[in-house]
Design a protein around this ligand. Structure first.
Ligand SMILES: Nc1nc2c(c(=O)[nH]1)N(C=O)[C@@H](CNc1ccc(C(=O)N[C@@H](CCC(=O)O)C(=O)O)cc1)CN2
Ligand SMILES: Nc1ncnc2c1ncn2[C@@H]1O[C@H](COP(=O)(O)OP(=O)(O)OP(=O)(O)O)[C@@H](O)[C@H]1O
Length: 191
């Protein structure tokens, strides 16, 4: 199947997940990510403000802000195909961009070298390769980023990913059932 159909299929799988069990899994993912953040003493985090079919990140973001961590969310320049992370302070200070994604109303506080980025995606291989939403924003951004990269996902999202030269893999995959050390599953020249 081509990449576009793979994306479409996975979006429909995610959209048709049972709401109650999805919420339960999201709660587990939140707790697992909080454990990871504490364990690695993460102080600044880059994470998306999710769309409705995506894994809900609002609860995680609230915990991060309340626990005194700095939160940054992506802001895209669609013309330049560029993305920066702007400081997120409160859900009261959020607007929507031209693609209807939520972004901070004040985008001046940029930090592109946070301790941890939670990388969104649709399909993942256990080696940490990823099919995203097709914008290429993360692959372009991550080539100059040197901090930790994790992804949160449901087991249903693990599958075969055909690697492309520009793909930048994540270090760790967290599912409701396990934490996969993706980096250790790759050969030394692909770290
Ligand atoms: N919540 C959330 N925010 C996010 C992302 C994400 O995955 N989730 N991103 C993760 O990268 C970035 C935005 N990614 C985007 C990727 C593609 C298009 C886009 O141009 N979409 C096409 C339609 C897609 C298609 O069917 O080809 C369009 O609107 O014309 C927009 C944003 C940053 N913010
Ligand atoms: N480092 C890069 N430099 C230039 N173009 C890139 C780079 N990374 C990705 N692209 C281009 O962006 C487009 C989308 O890439 P791809 O299909 O890999 O997106 P994706 O991985 O699904 O999205 P994302 O990385 O935003 O999650 C492709 O046309 C690809 O060639």
């Amino acid at each position: 199947m081509d990449k576009k159909s793979l994306r479409k299929n996975m979006i429909s799988v995610l959209s048709s997940m049972d709401e109650v069990s999805k919420n339960e899994k999201e709660d587990i993912l939140k707790e697992r990510l909080i454990g990871f953040i504490k364990e690695h003493d993460i102080r600044s985090i880059g994470i998306v403000l999710a769309m409705s079919h995506e894994l809900d990140t609002d609860g995680i973001i609230s915990w991060m802000v309340e626990s005194g961590r700095e939160v940054y969310t992506p802001v895209c320049d669609y013309r330049e195909k560029e993305m920066n992370f702007s400081r997120f302070v409160s859900f009261d200070d959020v607007v929507t961009d031209e693609k209807n994604l939520r972004v901070p109303s004040d985008t001046s506080g940029v930090n592109n070298q946070v301790d941890l980025i939670v990388v969104p995606g649709l399909i993942y291989s256990e080696a940490g390769y990823r099919v995203g939403y097709g914008g290429g924003f993360y692959d372009r951004f991550l080539k100059d980023y040197s901090g930790l990269k994790v992804s949160l996902l449901f087991e249903e999202q693990i599958g075969e990913v055909v690697r492309e030269p520009h793909d930048i893999p994540v270090d760790i995959l967290i599912t409701p059932e396990r934490t996969i050390d993706a980096k250790s599953r790759r050969p030394a020249n692909e770290k």
